[in-house]
Design a binder for this molecule. Structure first.
Ligand code: FCB
Length: 454
């Protein structure tokens, strides 16, 4: 048995993350236009328990209380996203001033609580008006995105310096357009690849606009990378794992960091690959200041001829009996390996872990508290993995926990709780910090934590 204190570098950033659609609510207030997530979630069969995200956790009206919570927990960095259709209700053209005013108030209140906002420009909620014209498969959407980025960076860029263009382009393209489990609920390979390409173009264009409009800015994209391993050592499974890695990791990393899609995957998708115009790849690989990394899982992959996309599927392995996503394996080693891979294969850019966290079966106990030892243990082990990578030369600069509070977990509705703060859905959305929130407060205060191991 030994004990040690893991002391993080003095400039290490600790924070929490949220996304607009998952917390704001107020879906049709102050002139906000509908997004694809309104359309999708209001069609009840798409969501667990048939719950739309109309109210979510009502952050739009309770943002002062939520900032107060962050202040109480000692949080100084907050990753949030903007609802595009709050600002451009029709996707482009007319600006809704009341939407901009909301974000201005929010940013000012955060700053006066000594909390830095880190803004994600696109966390999946495309204005419905743009989807009606083909969404990300239409290059006009990329132009509309540029207009939106220009507007918000001009409005907020005097105070907000940290910007992220897209959150998880693979989830947004594949879950939304191939698997049909996210908005807009389509199931088509060609559309999926075109959507991914459109988002990557938007990333390149958006990051250039941030750099032009915001003095001293830091800009990057947020990719969710998983650690991939073949489920068995057969040649078929090894090839399947390589394809999985190609479609989900390398497609979004090689394009951005190497300026080309992976050769093997271009060949695999063949005629399904969308038109790539001259200069597209140059735009996509525009140099940025950091990579945002969302890490949740390892994926064990096997050959599956029935999967039309890459003839590969995931073998699920769960370590703990709890309300985790079946497809998420609690595997902190994968975070360590992924950070090392970014160091070795992608030029060791500065990395902020922009999301990591877990869902557990939380409830209010008799003492009025919410005890979530599984989450505390999960975070401790993932923080340790990041620490180990830092000691081995990875430029991991910060860690944002997903999420500040329980919220609307997309197709899972309110059935999954990822928060450090509990939200009581049966009692007026009352907020109660969980044990993990107090644990995190201590970690931030000491910029590290004690580990015991055998
Ligand atoms: C990520 C999303 C985030 C949240 C977590 C659990 O893929 O970026 O919005 O849903 O998963």
């Amino acid at each position: 048995m030994y004990e040690a204190f893991l002391q993080f570098p003095t400039d290490f950033i600790w924070g929490v993350a949220t996304a607009a659609y998952q917390i704001e609510g107020a879906w049709n207030e102050d002139g906000r236009g509908p997004s694809i997530w309104d359309t999708f979630s209001q069609s009840s069969s798409n969501i667990a328990d048939n719950q739309p995200g109309n109210v979510a956790v009502d952050h739009y009206h309770r943002y002062q209380e939520d900032i107060e919570l962050m202040r109480f927990l000692g949080i100084h960095n907050y990753r949030m996203s903007l609802s595009w259709s709050r600002i451009f209700p029709e996707g482009r053209g007319r600006v809704e001033q009341r939407g901009l005013d909301f974000y201005n108030r929010l940013v000012d209140s955060l700053l006066s609580a000594n909390i830095k906002p880190w803004i994600t420009l696109y966390h999946w909620d495309l204005p419905q008006a743009l989807q009606d014209r083909g969404g990300w498969t239409n290059r006009d959407t990329v132009a509309a995105f540029a207009e939106y980025v220009d507007q918000v960076t001009r409005s907020l860029g005097d105070r907000v310096k940290h910007w992220m263009t897209f959150n998880e382009p693979w989830v947004a393209s594949i879950c939304g357009n191939l698997l049909g489990v996210h908005a807009p609920g389509l199931k088509d390979i060609q559309t999926t690849l075109a959507v991914a390409h459109g988002m990557l173009l938007g990333h390149g264009m958006g990051s250039r606009i941030v750099k032009t409009n915001v003095r001293d800015s830091m800009v990057g994209i947020v990719n969710n990378l998983a650690w991939i391993e073949p489920a068995t050592n057969t040649e078929a499974d090894r090839a399947a794992a390589h394809r999985w890695d190609g479609a989900y990791n390398r497609w979004f990393m090689d394009s951005i960091y190497k300026g080309s899609y992976p050769e093997d995957m271009l060949k695999w998708f063949g005629p399904l690959v969308p038109e790539i115009r001259q200069d597209d790849m140059k735009l996509i690989s525009t140099p940025t200041d950091f990579l945002g990394l969302n890490y949740y899982t390892r994926r064990l992959v096997h050959y599956d001829p029935k999967n039309p996309f890459i003839q590969a599927s995931q073998t699920y392995r769960s370590h703990t009996p709890r309300a985790e996503f079946e497809e998420f394996e609690d595997w902190p080693e994968g975070l360590y390996h992924t950070l090392c891979r970014i160091r070795d294969e992608y030029g060791n850019p500065p990395v902020y872990i922009t999301e990591n966290g877990t869902t557990t079966l939380d409830e209010i106990s008799d003492d009025g508290c919410v005890h979530d030892p599984v989450r505390v243990d999960y975070l401790r082990r993932h923080f340790s993995a990041a620490y180990q990578a830092i000691t081995e030369g990875c430029q991991c600069k910060g860690f944002f926990v997903w999420s500040l509070l329980d919220n609307y977990e997309w197709a899972f509705g309110f059935s999954k709780r990822f928060g450090l703060v509990f939200v009581d859905y049966t009692d007026n959305l009352h907020r109660i910090p969980k044990d993990s929130a107090y644990f995190f407060r201590q970690v931030i205060r000491k910029n590290g934590f004690r580990i015991h191991s055998r």
